[in-house]
Design a protein around this ligand. Structure first.
Ligand SMILES: Nc1nc2c(c(=O)[nH]1)N[C@H]1C(S)=C(S)[C@@H](COP(=O)(O)O)O[C@H]1N2
Ligand SMILES: [Mo]
Length: 247
């Protein structure tokens, strides 16, 4: 995909010297994001290399992966879906794509799967280690064909938190990262309701609130300005949490 190439190209340009750096779209994006110093620094220190979140072993698994935030979805539609074993749940991939997708759970399970044991860090001061399984988001995005204007991926959720739809978003680097998966299993079992059944995001280089549960939609957008409060996520809008929650 285009952005993978320009990540590689960005690394090459940095080595080639400053005169060329300014020509790359990647550098433009870094500068545009200069207000977001954390993101810029995180990326600059990586020199465009893909950095992986630490992975653990089954011996490290937390005995119970606690639930936080919404612990279910308070709607008749969700209760009916749960009673039906989420057989009819669908994930829509829309926005700036060549071919919008509407994926069934079977479609999602039929894609190549990734399993990863990672630590979840919540800003409220707790962590848990879990084993997550699902297709890489990059596979879904390749299948849909991301248009060049897309800068962000928005994750839509089924639940309301304090009466407002929970949502989150990430940039294309995190979207295409190998450890960014649409998880349908925790510790080898279908996701428990409290952990976001039947689908939730894992964006392993980011803090807990970025990992959208009860996932219904993935939307490719050029800008986050006109979505909900414009800050790119529920907690970003509600409480001023950092949009770039890189760890
Ligand atoms: N849809 C949705 N996703 C969500 C939340 C939520 O309330 N609703 N809470 C977030 C927060 S703050 C954390 S720490 C994690 C908690 O995931 P867990 O319930 O599996 O522990 O989910 C995140 N994703
Ligand atoms: Mo959290």
């Amino acid at each position: 995909m285009r952005r993978r190439n320009f990540l590689a190209a960005a690394g090459a340009s940095l080595l080639a010297g400053c005169s060329r750096i300014g020509d790359t779209q990647w550098f433009g994006k870094l500068v545009e994001g200069a207000d977001n110093w954390h993101r810029g620094l995180h990326r600059a220190l990586g020199f465009g290399r893909i950095t992986m979140a630490p992975e653990f072993t089954r011996a490290d698994l937390s005995p119970d992966f606690r639930g936080n935030g919404s612990l279910t979805v308070d709607s008749d539609a969700y209760r009916a879906a749960e009673a039906a074993g989420f057989a009819d749940w669908r994930l829509e991939v829309t926005g700036l794509v060549d071919a919008p997708l509407s994926l069934s759970m079977d479609d999602i399970r039929a894609l190549p799967q990734r399993t990863q044991i990672t630590r979840h860090d919540c800003v409220e001061g707790w962590s848990a280690i879990g084993e997550w399984t699902g297709p890489q988001l990059s596979h879904l995005l390749h299948a849909a064909g991301v248009q060049p204007e897309a800068n962000y991926v928005v994750f839509r959720c089924a639940d309301l938190y304090n009466g407002r739809p929970y949502y989150e978003s990430c940039d294309m680097d995190d979207a295409l990262h190998p450890q960014t998966i649409v998880a349908h299993q925790l510790n080898g079992e279908p996701l428990p309701v409290k952990n976001g059944a039947p689908l939730r995001m894992r964006i392993e280089r980011q803090l807990g609130y970025k990992h959208a549960k009860y996932l219904t939609g993935i939307e490719l957008v050029a800008s986050l300005d006109h979505i909900a409060g414009g800050k790119g996520g529920y907690w970003e809008d509600a409480a001023g949490y950092q949009w770039y929650a890189g760890i």
